[in-house]
Write a protein that binds this ligand. Structure first.
Ligand code: DLL
Length: 434
């Protein structure tokens, strides 16, 4: 079902005209209201009136996650605080997370794009949506919630965790659509099975999965185990949240970008040059309508490619290939974004440890696991075992508290971590790569 026929099937020529008009307005708005952007544009000698065609987006400066951190928490907002009605945040629970803000109209727009996503996924207003994305600062829970209501289906705001209860309610309420990370869907399947509940036997028919990379092999697995059709949903907090792009159920070849709201480019992550259509590189988004936190050329670090050929589903919007990796070292562990540097900071703030560490990411059953191996210095090493164990527990607690993820910490003897001759190999990712 196409929820917004006008915008989702607009002839490309008209769509590009609309994008240009919105881009011009947006650049004028940020120039006026965001000192950070005004300074950057002035430095480049670019004025809003220089944007005459869509390709002129290349005149604009990039924005990076670090820019948001440097202006933590609200420094890049383009409206006064009284016009912000919602705050979300990404990456960890404390420290310099990325903080994003929405106006009333932004929340409405977001609801509409998520509603489009539900239409593309094949849902109808008769559906019951078990929304197991986390509610809170993460955009997943409330972003999907809002969109389901806009779409007119029924939302069950179950949030994350308490898996056995989730399995029970899936059975009792008879949800027909489930939304969560793909790895959680598999975990839920196993927990349900242990309780004697076979998800395949339930009325579930669609899964809308995202927030972390997954593969077609994983799709086949979830579809078979849950007896559903599994759809990929993409988004990021800085640009909006879930719903920036969505696969269409009938074709499942690329995710339709909501191009009337987000202008997509692909660049070479090394040089920053724009790449021609069809080439693989880093996705960059410029928001076209966002009021609270507009973004000029936000570098997502996600690797993908764009396809503007018409889709059999009837939508005219460009499709992005499913995200296969990132151009930086950000890890996504059980849906939580984690930078190795954040773990490093915690380790280095602890007495007795050395800066030699390794992060081993794996998947146990269907859940991601993280093991942090860190070398202790000589003095600490000769300490009593119980003190070392206490140190491990303290580190695990700090990682949980500051980053919101569960990790197993293993202290190793001095020189116990292999030294590298070039770049240190800090991350060992053993999760299946299909
Ligand atoms: O993960 C928003 C979201 C919520 C998307 C629920 C889909 C469903 P952040 O926490 O800001 O926002 O993380 C954004 O997650 O840059 C990608 O690296 C990754 N990501 C999100 N969706 C996908 C996907 C939410 N479908 C970061 N495939 C992004 C691969 C994804 N990676």
């Amino acid at each position: 079902m196409i929820f917004d026929v006008e915008h989702e099937t607009m002839p490309r020529e008209d769509l590009e005209k609309l994008q240009l008009m919105r881009l011009q307005n947006m650049v004028a708005r940020v120039y006026e209201n965001v000192p950070f952007y005004r300074k950057k544009l002035d430095e480049r000698g670019v004025r809003p009136e220089h944007i005459k065609k869509l390709e002129d987006v290349a005149l604009l400066p990039f924005t990076e996650k670090q820019d948001l951190r440097n202006h933590y928490p609200f420094g890049l907002f383009a409206v006064s605080r009284e016009n912000i009605v919602r705050i979300h945040s990404s990456s960890g629970t404390t420290g310099k997370a990325t903080v994003v803000g929405y106006t009333k109209r932004d929340i409405k727009t977001w609801g509409q794009i998520v509603a489009r996503a539900f239409g593309a996924a094949g849902a109808t207003s008769a559906d019951f949506v078990h929304n197991a994305y986390g509610y809170g600062l993460f955009t997943g829970g409330l972003g999907i919630h809002n969109g389901v209501e806009e779409f007119g289906a029924t939302v069950i705001p179950i949030s994350g965790g308490n898996t056995r209860r989730q399995a029970m309610l899936l059975r009792d309420f008879g949800a027909t659509v489930i939304t969560c990370t793909p790895s959680y869907a598999l975990h839920l399947y196993e927990a349900a099975k242990e309780m004697g509940i076979d998800l395949k036997e339930l009325p579930l028919r669609i899964g809308i999965f995202g927030a972390e990379p997954w593969t077609d092999a994983m799709r086949a697995d979830v579809e078979a185990k849950l007896g559903i059709t599994a759809i990929d949903i993409y988004g990021l907090s800085e640009v909006m949240g879930p719903g920036v792009a969505i696969e269409c159920a009938h074709v499942k070849k690329g995710l339709h970008i909501q191009e009337d709201h987000f202008l997509a480019e692909i660049i070479d992550p090394e040089t920053g040059e724009r790449l021609p259509a069809g080439e693989k590189g880093e996705l960059v988004f410029t928001t076209l309508t966002k009021e609270g936190l507009p973004m000029l050329r936000y570098r997502t670090r996600d690797l993908s490619r764009l396809n503007t050929t018409p889709c059999r589903c009837g939508r005219t919007t460009a499709r992005m290939e499913r995200v296969t990796g990132r151009s930086d070292d950000m890890l996504i562990i059980r849906g939580v974004n984690v930078f190795p540097s954040q773990i490093e900071t915690i380790l280095l703030e602890t007495d007795g440890l050395t800066p030699h560490y390794q992060l081993i990411v794996d998947r146990q059953g269907t859940l991601d696991t993280l093991e942090v191996r860190v070398e202790v210095g000589e003095p600490a090493f000769s300490d009593q075992i119980k003190n070392l164990q206490r140190l491990e527990t303290k580190l695990e607690k700090n990682i949980k508290e500051f980053l919101g993820i569960t990790a197993k910490v293993k202290l190793v003897e001095p020189k116990g971590i292999e030294r590298s001759e070039g770049k240190a190999k800090r991350i060992i990712d053993l999760r299946e790569k299909a």
